[in-house]
Every structure is written in C-alpha cells, then in structure tokens.
Design a protein around this ligand. Sequence first.
Ligand code: NAP
Length: 260
Amino acid sequence: MVITGGSAGLGLVLAGHWARAGARVVLLARDQQRLDSARELVQQGAALPPLGFSVDLTQAEQTQTVIDRIQRELGRIDVLVNCAGASTRHALAETAPALFQKQLEQNFMTAVNCTQAALPHLLAARGQVIVVASLAGRTAWPLVGAYVTSKSALVAYAAQLRLELGDRLRVLTVLPGPIQRSNETSRYQAEAERLPERALQPGAGAPVKGLDPDRLAKEILSAAERGQIELVRPWKVSFLFQLQALFPKFGLWLLRRLTR
Ligand SMILES: NC(=O)c1ccc[n+]([C@@H]2O[C@H](COP(=O)([O-])OP(=O)(O)OC[C@H]3O[C@@H](n4cnc5c(N)ncnc54)[C@H](OP(=O)(O)O)[C@@H]3O)[C@@H](O)[C@H]2O)c1
C-alpha cells in the first residue's frame, strides 16, 4: 500500500498502524531525511520492511515515475492513501489567487496526480483509494478559504471516482476535524501575525476537541476494512452537514454563530 504524506503527522501514524497490521507500506513525501526517519519508525513492529520514495506529488511526471517504480518493485499496488496536504491561514479578502492555486496543488493535485498514475494498478488489484480530506471539505470556515476550496475539490474528486469506478475500486473519504499535535500553535505563527488569535488555533478555532491521531488512524483502518464510503470525525459534525444540506439558510445562520 502507498501512503502519500507518510513521513509526518497523520500519514506517519496511519503507516505505522497499517505496517503493524501486516501491510507492505510505501511512504511518499518530498524531504528525504524525514522519510528516512519515518521509515525507521514504521519499521518497528512491521512484518514487512517499509519503503520510502522522495517525490513532489504536485509534479505529475515525477509522480508517474515513482508509481511505475513501485509497481515494478512490488508487482502490485492495492491501496492508495492520499494523505499529503497542508493548510494556511488568510482572511479571504487578502488571499491572493496564487495562494488558491498553491493550496489546490498541495491538497488536490497531489491526490489527483497520484491516483490517476496508480489507477490501472488499483483497478487491476480491485483495490482501494482512501482520501484524507477534512471537515473543511464540506463546510466553509473563516481564515481557511483556500484550504476549504482545495479540500472541497478533493471530496468531489473522490465522489467522482466512486461513481465512475466504484464497481472495481473502493473509495473512502475521510473528513477529520483538527488533529492533536505538538506544534499546534507555532505552526501558523508566520502567516497569522495580522489575523485574530483563532487563526493560530487547531482548525482555525473550530469548537471541537482535537482528535487523537492514533484513535483516528484505527478508525480509518477499520472503515477501510469494512468498505465504508465516508468517515466524519467528530461524528456529531455530520449533523451540521445534514442541516446545511437540508436547510441552507439555517445552516448558514448556525455556522455564523459558531464562528463568531
Ligand atoms: N492536522 C490536522 O489538524 C488536520 C485536520 C484535518 C485534515 N487534515 C489533513 O490530513 C492530512 C495530514 O495532515 P497533517 O497535519 O498530519 O500533515 P503534516 O504533519 O503537515 O504532514 C504532511 C505530509 O505531507 C507531505 N507532503 C506535503 N506536500 C507534499 C508534496 N507536494 N509532495 C509529497 N509529499 C508532500 C509532507 O512531507 P514533505 O513536506 O517532506 O513533502 C508530510 O509527510 C492532510 O491532508 C491534512 O490536510 C489535517
């Protein structure tokens, strides 16, 4: 199985769980040093030694070359986890078009490049694609407009894959809220200087408790095993999504209250 963004954060935690469950894990990310350390960590308790390849997944050709190499070396790609991504903090009115483009490249094109390159192998293996989006893939939220836009595109791409290829490919969309991490407040310091305090908070101040990455990873593995289509965490946010879909004006009123 291939995990993009497997050298850090949720991708690394997922890689550890899958490797301990017996999968041959391949980590993809850009920074070779981080990849090497991640591979050592994942190796602990793994049945099969993990592999790692440095690649910039925003680059379609590089991505295709790496996917072809993995297919040649392993003979099979049955699961692809699209977890690479990044978020930024900006007020919408101050978000330059170039930043939208960058976020689309980081959060959407990374997944598109990798999935389209691996599709023939995934289909041949009657495999599975897991797309790690975000709650931001289904709702607007202040200060993360470009991220919201890119994750919404990702959610739509997963839905399209499921519709057109769902008879030969399982597709799981994961929509997690903020995930607990050690550098929570320092992460956005540089860009959040001129923004309200909430810009520094996980999920730009979303009023939900940070998710435990280990627990989330276990839930993703189990949802993938069961062939689930979607996983929303915390699950209670599903109610907000349903309200927004059924009663758009009320949904907007509620969202405004939550974001005050
Ligand atoms: N953290 C949260 O609170 C949260 C909440 C909801 C959803 N998510 C989503 O969950 C995923 C993981 O988030 P995280 O915070 O755990 O991530 P993270 O710790 O920032 O790690 C991101 C990973 O993606 C890789 N990556 C980024 N750009 C890449 C590129 N162009 N090509 C190849 N690899 C690339 C990074 O490695 P290199 O930099 O070395 O390339 C790294 O391995 C993301 O998609 C994120 O949007 C996160």
